[in-house]
Design a protein around this ligand. Structure first.
Ligand code: SF4
Length: 162
């Protein structure tokens, strides 16, 4: 194995990555009810897919991309990803199965929080749509986990009883 190959396999990747980074691959397709991610069995280079997406569609609204986890990311704190810390605060079904995913051995979220990240991963969109207040809070690097938990607790209190 070459030095370049070795550094590539030891590198961590972001599962909510950029579409246009040179190394970007498609992680999955947002589909079905609620736009949950269906994961590809094998990575497909983003550069092969981007040309067929209509110009007026933001690629990260319909696909999830993986790209290198980089030290100058807005979500970095030291070596940690604060985005996945906020993701981990969002409600999920703890019995939910963990999706099959080609990124796992290199995934920053898996490395950092394990199955807690994988259970929430399919529900996430890299591009937050208008009206998704929780998504906006999770995506905002300025939101602390405590603020997020307080918002979720308040929303649950206000939710009509079923
Ligand atoms: S969080 Fe889990 S499911 Fe999502 S990309 Fe990483 S390893 Fe795959």
């Amino acid at each position: 194995m070459s030095t370049a190959d070795r550094s590539e396999t030891s590198r961590t990747w972001c599962p909510s990555g950029k579409a246009d980074a040179p190394e970007s691959v498609v992680l999955g397709v947002r589909s079905g009810q609620g736009g949950e991610v269906v994961y590809l069995a094998d990575p497909v280079p983003a550069r092969d897919v981007l040309p067929v997406i209509p110009k007026d569609v933001e690629p990260t609204r319909v696909l999830r991309f993986a790209s290198h986890c980089v030290s100058n990311c807005l979500h970095r704190r030291g070596n940690d990803c604060t985005l996945v810390e906020r993701v981990a605060a969002t409600p999920t079904d703890e019995n939910r199965s963990v999706p099959r995913c080609h990124l796992r051995t290199h995934c920053k979220w898996w490395v950092q929080i394990g199955v807690d990240g994988c259970r929430r991963c399919p529900a996430l969109a890299t591009t937050v749509v208008e009206g998704d207040d929780l998504g906006v809070l999770v995506a905002d690097p300025g939101t602390t986990r405590e603020q997020l938990e307080a918002w979720i607790a308040e929303a649950e209190t206000e939710a009509p009883a079923r």
